[in-house]
Design a protein around this ligand. Structure first.
Ligand code: SAH
Length: 257
């Protein structure tokens, strides 16, 4: 008997809060009988899977025990070839620092049908939840999403050119930026950003254990260490941070500035 062809949904689960899933994500999960889920994703999303669906954990967080990317891709291909409807669930948006592009390429090369379901990326959703608009007509005409994971250093060309980014005049939204926060903030000041430029750090944004910090470019490495805020976090650099609230009852910095 011929096997009915399977399919892979590449599902963005949003930054954390399960209510930030899209309706399309909920529908895709409801059709899926196997889920491959990344470790940053809120497990509450699994309630939307087809009843009895199999769940495979495929954590890839930096520094922790992880499932190699090639293995995950092989597994998706195999499951789809066996006729399964597979949900590959990723945090935020699958195409923003999520290796979604690579996975789509592999799946298409294997002749598998793939549908991408975008999600709310952490770099926009987490600041928004604390009142920070990543662009604002009055103070930021653009936003740059950038990874802080690769350090510009020993090997020339490695990692982002922070000095050049400092001169873009856009809000900088840095993913995976905590490890090299001191280097990054130093480079940005070297590129011309004022030591007093507002910076927000949001750890576990939109989740119950969320932590928020508002500081400045010069002080943020020390402040983050002092309050124990760490990965996974989004770092927002720019004047838009003035709109941010560390809690709903705090007077925004904007008013006191
Ligand atoms: N595809 C994801 C990003 C994956 S890279 C997206 O679009 O959001 C992983 C990084 O995303 C983390 O190191 C952290 O910088 C950020 N991140 C993901 N979820 C987060 C959250 N709830 N709060 C803060 N940062 C988060």
């Amino acid at each position: 008997m011929e096997i009915k062809p399977g399919k892979v949904y590449l599902v963005g689960a949003g930054p954390g809060d399960v209510e930030l899933l899209t309706l399309k994500a909920v529908r895709a999960l409801g059709e899926s009988d196997v889920a491959l889920i990344d470790d940053l994703v809120n497990r509450e999303v699994l309630q939307f899977l087809r009843p009895g669906a199999r769940v495979i954990e495929v954590g890839k967080r930096g520094g922790c025990k992880s499932t190699p990317q090639a293995f995950i891709e092989r597994q998706m291909v195999k499951l789809a070839q066996e006729g399964h409807i597979v949900a590959r669930i990723k945090g935020g948006d699958p195409f923003v620092f999520g290796r979604g592009g690579e996975e789509v390429e592999t799946l298409l090369a294997a002749g598998i049908t793939v549908e991408v379901v975008s999600g709310i990326t952490a770099g926009i959703g987490a600041p928004a939840a604390m009142g920070i608009p990543v662009t604002h007509r009055d103070c930021s005409h653009g936003v740059t999403l950038v990874t802080g994971h690769a350090r510009k250093g020993a090997e020339a060309g490695d990692g982002p050119d922070w000095k050049a980014l400092a001169r873009t005049g856009t809000t900088l939204v840095i993913y995976m930026g905590m490890k090299y926060l001191a280097d990054i903030t130093r480079e940005l000041q070297g590129g011309g950003l004022a030591a007093t430029t507002p910076v927000a750090v949001i750890q576990n944004g939109t989740l119950a254990n969320e932590q928020r910090l508002i500081s400045t470019l010069a002080s943020v490495p020390g402040d983050a260490a002092a309050c124990g805020i760490g990965s996974p976090a989004i770092v927002v650099v720019g004047d838009v941070v003035r709109y941010g609230r560390t809690s709903v009852i705090t007077i925004p910095l904007l008013k006191s500035a």
